[in-house]
Design a protein around this ligand. Structure first.
Ligand code: ADP
Ligand code: MG
Length: 436
C-alpha cells in the first residue's frame, strides 16, 4: 500500500473505515487478471465482499489509477484468522448479558445508521485511537442502538477475551446501586463498575431524574475515563435534550463522540428484511419483502415483527409466502395498532393546534377570516376522513347548516387545486390526524 493508494482512499472514505477495512488487507498475489488480497478476519472479509459496500469496486478503481492495470479483485481468508481463541471461562460471564445475535455481521448498514455503525466499529476495534470516549449513540426506538452496543461488546471480546466487558441498562445500574447502599455493599458495587475495560450503559436517559444515581455514575464515568477505559452510552435523545440530566454529565458526554441513528430508508429496510429472512432460513419472495418494507416504516423491531408474523402465518396455512398473505397479516396489525381513532374532536384539535385557535373559537358563530378559514378546513377534513353526514358535521361545528358545510368543502377543494401550499398543508394535517 503506497501513499498514492492511501490518498485516494482518504478522498473516498472516513478514516475509521480505512483503518477498519483497509489496513488489515495484505496483498497476496496477482493471478491471471486477478489481484488476490488476504485478510485474517472473517468478519472483515465478509464486509469487504458485500456488494452494497462497493469496496471491491473502489479498490479496483484505486488499483487501476495507481498501477494502470484493471484487475479483478478477490479476497481470501488468511491462515492466522482461523481457530481464533474461544471465549475464556472468566470472560464468559461478561458476555452473558450480550445477545449473541447482535453482532456487526448481522447489522445492515444503510444511510440512516452508517455513521453510528462506523463509530461503533472504530471504538470496538481500537477504543483509544477512536477518540470517542464516551461514544454516545442516540435515536428513536427500535433503530439498532442496543444492537450496535452489543456488537461492540462481542467484537472487543473476540479481539481480546481477557477484556472486562459489562453491559447494563441504566435501570439495572440504578437498581444495583440502590441495592448496594441498602445492603452496605457500595464498595463492591464501585469496584465492579470501575474495573471494567468496556462499560456499556443502555438507555442512559432513565437516570436523569435520579440524583444520587447520577452522582454515582458521574464518579464511575470519571474514573473509567481517566484510565482510558471505554464507555458507550445510548439514549433516545442527544445529551442536551435529556430533561433533568445534570449539566456536568451533559458536558462530559460531549467529550467524546455523539452520533445519531435515523429511521431506515426503503433500501435499508429491504436489506434488513432480506438478511433476516435468510438468517431465519425462510425463502421470502421479493414482492413480499418489498410489500413489508413499504408498509412498515418507522422502526426496525416492527419490521422484523411483521416479517415473523407473515412467515408464521404462512407456515400455519398454505406454507407459501405470498404478497397476499403479507397483506392479510399486516392489515390485522394495522387495525389493531391504529394509533388514534379519527373523530371530529381529533380533527378539530389538530387544526386548532395548527392555526393556534381554541376549539371554542372554532365552534363559535364568529365569521372573521382567521377563524372561518381553519373552520372550513376542519369541516372539509371531517367530510374526507369520517363518514359523518353533512347535517351532522354542521351540527358538530357550532350548529351550522348543511349548506355551509357543502360550501366549505367546495371552497377548500377549489383552493387546494389553485394553491399547492394549501394542498401540502392539508395533506400534512391529514397525516397528523391519522397519527402517522
Ligand atoms: P434500539 O435499541 O435502538 O431500540 P435495537 O437495537 O433493540 O433498537 O433494535 C431493534 C431490532 O432491530 C433488533 O432485533 C435489532 O437486531 C434489529 N436491527 C436494528 N437495526 C438493525 C440493522 N441495521 N440491521 C439488522 N438488524 C437491525
Ligand atoms: Mg435499545
Amino acid at each position: 500500500w503506497d501513499d498514492a493508494f492511501q490518498l485516494i482512499l482518504e478522498e473516498n472514505l472516513y478514516e475509521s473505515q480505512i483503518n477498519t477495512w483497509f489496513r488489515p488487507i495484505q496483498p497476496i498475489a496477482i493471478r491471471d487478471d486477478a489481484l488476490i488480497l488476504g485478510v485474517s478476519r472473517e468478519f472483515v472479509l465478509n464486509h469487504l465482499k458485500k456488494n452494497n459496500n462497493n469496496y471491491k469496486n473502489l479498490i479496483r478503481r484505486v488499483v487501476k489509477e495507481a498501477g494502470g492495470r484493471d484487475l479483478d479483485i478477490q479476497f481470501v481468508l488468511t491462515a492466522d484468522g482461523e481457530g481464533r481463541a474461544m471465549p475464556a471461562e472468566n470472560a464468559a460471564e461478561s458476555l452473558s448479558h450480550l445477545n449473541p445475535k447482535y453482532t456487526f455481521d448481522s447489522f445492515v448498514v444503510g444511510q440512516s445508521n452508517q455513521f453510528a455503525h462506523a463509530a461503533s466499529l472504530a471504538v470496538a476495534e481500537n477504543p483509544i485511537e477512536a477518540h470517542a470516549n464516551p461514544l454516545f449513540i442516540y435515536g428513536g426506538v427500535g433503530l439498532g442502538k442496543t444492537h450496535l452496543m452489543h456488537a461492540i461488546g462481542h467484537f472487543m471480546h473476540r479481539n481480546d477475551p481477557n477484556k472486562r466487558i459489562l453491559y447494563v441498562t441504566s435501570e439495572q445500574f440504578t437498581n444495583e446501586f440502590i441495592a448496594s447502599i441498602q445492603t452496605n455493599r457500595n464498595e463492591e458495587f464501585r469496584r465492579k463498575y470501575r474495573s471494567q475495560d468496556l462499560l456499556l450503559i443502555d438507555d442512559i436517559q432513565f437516570i436523569a431524574d435520579k440524583e444520587s444515581t447520577m452522582d454515582e455514575f458521574f464518579h464511575t464515568f470519571n474514573e473509567l475515563h481517566a484510565r482510558d477505559k471505554q464507555i458507550v452510552l445510548t439514549s433516545d435523545k442527544p445529551p442536551k435534550d435529556i430533561q433533568k440530566l445534570e449539566q456536568r454529565l451533559i458536558s462530559r458526554f460531549a467529550w467524546g463522540l455523539v452520533v445519531d441513528i435515523q429511521a431506515p430508508d426503503l433500501e435499508t429496510r429491504i436489506a434488513i428484511l432480506r438478511n433476516k429472512a435468510e438468517s431465519d432460513g425462510f425463502d421470502v419472495p421479493d414482492e413480499v419483502i418489498n410489500y413489508i418494507a413499504t408498509h412498515v416504516k418507522s422502526n426496525i423491531r416492527e419490521l422484523e415483527g411483521a416479517l415473523s408474523r407473515v412467515t408464521a402465518y404462512s407456515k400455519l396455512t398454505t406454507g407459501v409466502i405470498t404478497e397476499e398473505t403479507a397483506a392479510t397479516v399486516l392489515k390485522d396489525i394495522y387495525e389493531n395498532n391504529r394509533p388514534v381513532a379519527i373523530t371530529v374532536e381529533r380533527i378539530k384539535d389538530v387544526v386548532c393546534e395548527k392555526y393556534q385557535l381554541t376549539v371554542e373559537q372554532m365552534d363559535s358563530k364568529k365569521r372573521s377570516r382567521p377563524l372561518a378559514y381553519p373552520r372550513q378546513i376542519a369541516m372539509y377534513l371531517t367530510r374526507e376522513l369520517t363518514d359523518m353526514s353533512l347535517p351532522k358535521i354542521g351540527q358538530e361545528f357550532g350548529g351550522r347548516d348543511h349548506s355551509t358545510v357543502i360550501h366549505a368543502c367546495d371552497k377548500i377543494k377549489d383552493d387546494m387545486e389553485k394553491d399547492t401550499n394549501l394542498y401540502v398543508t392539508i395533506e400534512s394535517l391529514k397525516e397528523t390526524i391519522k397519527g402517522n
